[in-house]
Design a protein around this ligand. Structure first.
Ligand SMILES: NC(=O)c1ccc[n+]([C@@H]2O[C@H](COP(=O)([O-])OP(=O)(O)OC[C@H]3O[C@@H](n4cnc5c(N)ncnc54)[C@H](OP(=O)(O)O)[C@@H]3O)[C@@H](O)[C@H]2O)c1
Length: 325
């Protein structure tokens, strides 16, 4: 399969200090890319881990940029042949102003990034979307596998006040609209719940979810519902894969096969019998069927759920986020 890596040396990663982006920056540096990483505050110590990555001194340049400030975004993207747009607010609860907290940064942020990409003649943009822009679709036939043709319904998201899904759906649609209008090469990656070890010192939302489960404080307890996970290192590999493979196009679901929540708890209890687990399951009976067949077909390899969980737990214990069993 043809790759266009040889022509491409300098890339930009937005929101470089975040959970997924940090692993992506690490991967890109390890492959010899020169990386422009955007962060909102380069002097904030929460971004210090980036400066310590292998080859960061020579090949990583941090740019102070806010997605809502076009000029800062343009400065970071200028001179890059490729862009990974990862930055977007991940807020799932306690939202008082969805427009300001989620929709604007996701949508205007994507518009600004893509406008700057077009101006800089970027060869390909990978936009990190989410399965949240796929799954909130009440019209998709129950029990059938959701693939890349399925889109979350914006009106449904509004009616259920699922503002995060709305923000991701609007941003991803905007990315393809811009691509169609300008001819910019845009591919999107839609990961499920991302777990795995952290490079950054702050704990992101999806890592909190697994930590909550292991501490017995999780509210996500619908036993018969499918859950979908993926390891952060495999998400970074997938983003690079769809960037480098010329034939990649459109959307790519990035997830391990679904697991019933009850079975997931069973697996955890088996490996970690000493942790405290929530005992009451609420039964919802809604099933999500989804597969990453399209991504696997272009060569995506991934860790098993057991590996992803054990490496996460090992990291949480070493970092003092979880008491050892
Ligand atoms: N984790 C998951 O389970 C998951 C699943 C599917 C998709 N995703 C998507 O993956 C991406 C990264 O998520 P993550 O889990 O790595 O979350 P994260 O660690 O919270 O990273 C989010 C990043 O976005 C940046 N950001 C937010 N608003 C910004 C703004 N106005 N200007 C500039 N930067 C801004 C944050 O910068 P600051 O550090 O300055 O706040 C942070 O670097 C997001 O697009 C998310 O929707 C995540």
């Amino acid at each position: 399969m043809e790759e266009h890596k040889s022509e491409i040396g300098r890339v930009c990663v937005t929101g470089a200090g975040g959970f997924i982006a940090s692993w992506l920056v690490k991967l890109l540096l390890s492959k010899g890319y020169k990386v422009h990483g955007t962060v909102r505050d380069p002097s904030n110590e929460k971004n210090d881990h980036l400066k310590k990555l292998d080859k960061a001194t020579e090949n990583l340049q941090l740019f102070k940029a806010d997605l809502l400030d076009y000029n800062t975004v343009e400065a970071a993207i200028s001179g890059c042949e490729g862009v990974f747009h990862v930055a977007s607010p991940v807020i799932l609860s306690g939202i008082s102003n969805p427009e300001e907290e989620l929709i604007k940064p996701a949508l205007v942020g994507t518009k600004n990034v893509l406008k700057a990409c077009t101006k800089a003649n970027v060869k390909r943009v990978v936009v990190v979307s989410s399965i949240s822009s796929i799954v909130s679709n009440p019209d998709w036939p129950q029990g059938t596998i959701m693939d890349e043709n399925c889109w979350s319904d914006e009106e449904f998201c509004k009616s259920t006040e699922d503002w995060y899904s709305l923000s991701k759906t609007m941003a991803e649609k905007e990315a393809f609209r811009h691509a169609q209008e300008t001819g910019l090469d845009v591919v999107t990656l839609c990961p499920s719940i991302v777990i795995g070890p952290l490079l950054q010192s702050t704990v992101n939302v999806s890592s909190f979810l697994l930590l909550d489960i292991l501490k017995g404080s999780s509210e996500y307890t619908e036993k018969d519902r499918n859950w979908l996970f993926v390891d952060v290192r495999d998400v970074a590999e997938a983003a690079l894969l769809i960037y480098e493979k010329r034939e990649a196009s459109g959307r790519y679901i990035c997830t391990l096969d679904p697991i019933k929540i009850g079975d997931f708890f069973g697996m955890l209890k088996n490996i970690y019998p000493g942790f405290k687990y929530h005992k009451n399951f609420r039964e919802l009976g809604i099933d999500l069927h989804m597969s990453s067949e399209k991504l696997r077909k272009i060569g995506w390899k991934h860790r098993t759920l057991k590996e992803a969980v054990s490496d996460s737990v090992q990291y949480y214990e070493e970092a003092g986020l979880l008491k050892k069993e």
